[in-house]
Design a protein around this ligand. Structure first.
Ligand SMILES: Nc1ncnc2c1ncn2[C@@H]1O[C@H](COP(=O)(O)OP(=O)(O)OP(=O)(O)O)[C@@H](O)[C@H]1O
Length: 267
């Protein structure tokens, strides 16, 4: 069953940040959450994880997510945040092991042999095995980002949420991460990923949800919804879509930012 969000609203400091947001993310697929700066993508991901008070309905695989306790929710879904504070002294392996906390028995102080296998797999999937014994804070931004993905994978979620997971990655690491997400979706994970790179979104996502001004401006397959009109009205750019014969998906070629008054961002 899909992730289904209905009439979701979030306020911060008395300001409406998300209003009447409704969308679904198909199971075992990658859904891209796109939209300009400030559209509400991070707020939406935090609300799905239950980190913010929100009104509305969030259902996943028959569960009413806001009604689940923290531990059950953490076994069902994981979030890779844009930036996450991490305890200074932890090794990379310790950070990834945090993903196993929702499964720990009350008396358990060390990861079990089964946990160790899962942690090893998460490290190798993200190409971070070589850093395992390093102190996390000594890693570069891109290396840290991959470790945060490993921590979320170690959580073995059925629903994986990622907030701009490619922002610090070089192009090879970006392609590797998105290929890994495709593999995880193929193996049964439902994935919702906020992305700024629309060409990556077109190439790797099965479904897109476009946020603008805290509302859903469009949702559907990349080919259906990414039109020059949408790029103009939501992002304020003039752009063309050209066909890429290698994978049948279009490529976006950006021409220029249009004058602010010309963009018609939906209210
Ligand atoms: N405490 C607050 N009070 C008022 N507005 C806030 C508060 N916190 C966040 N906002 C606003 O909420 C909006 C949505 O922020 P959010 O971080 O969800 O956007 P985003 O789509 O993830 O942006 P980006 O692409 O820049 O990461 C922004 O305009 C932000 O300024």
């Amino acid at each position: 069953m899909s992730l289904s969000v209905t009439a979701l609203s979030v306020e911060k400091s008395g300001t409406a940040i998300l209003s009447d947001v409704g969308f679904s993310a198909p199971p075992r697929r990658i859904t891209g959450l796109i939209g300009p700066n400030g559209a509400g993508k991070s707020t939406l991901l935090s609300a799905l994880l239950g980190l913010l008070p929100a009104n509305g309905h969030i259902a996943f695989e028959g569960y009413d997510l806001p009604r689940l306790n923290r531990r059950d929710r953490a076994r069902l879904l994981a979030l890779v945040e844009q930036s996450a504070a991490t305890e200074e002294r932890l090794s990379v392996r310790d950070v990834v092991a945090l993903g196993r906390i929702p499964y720990e028995a009350a008396w358990q102080s060390e990861p079990s042999p089964e946990d160790d296998t899962i942690i090893d797999k998460a490290l190798s999937d993200t190409g971070t095995t070589g850093f395992a014994s390093r102190r996390f804070t000594t890693l570069s931004g891109g290396e840290q980002q991959r470790v945060h993905v490993a921590r979320a994978l170690a959580q073995q979620p059925r629903l994986l949420l990622l907030d701009e997971p490619t922002s610090h990655l070089d192009i090879r690491a970006q392609l590797q991460l998105l290929a890994l997400l495709r593999q995880k979706a193929g193996a049964g994970m439902t994935i919702l990923v906020a992305l700024h790179d629309l060409n990556l979104a077109v190439r790797f996502c099965d479904h897109l949800v476009v946020l603008a001004n805290g509302r859903v401006a469009a949702q559907g397959s990349p080919a259906e919804i990414l039109t020059p009109e949408l790029l103009r009205s939501v992002y304020g750019v003039s752009a063309r879509l050209v066909s890429d014969t290698t994978n049948g998906r279009p490529l976006i070629v950006y021409d220029e930012a249009i004058a602010e008054g010309d963009a018609q961002i939906p209210d």
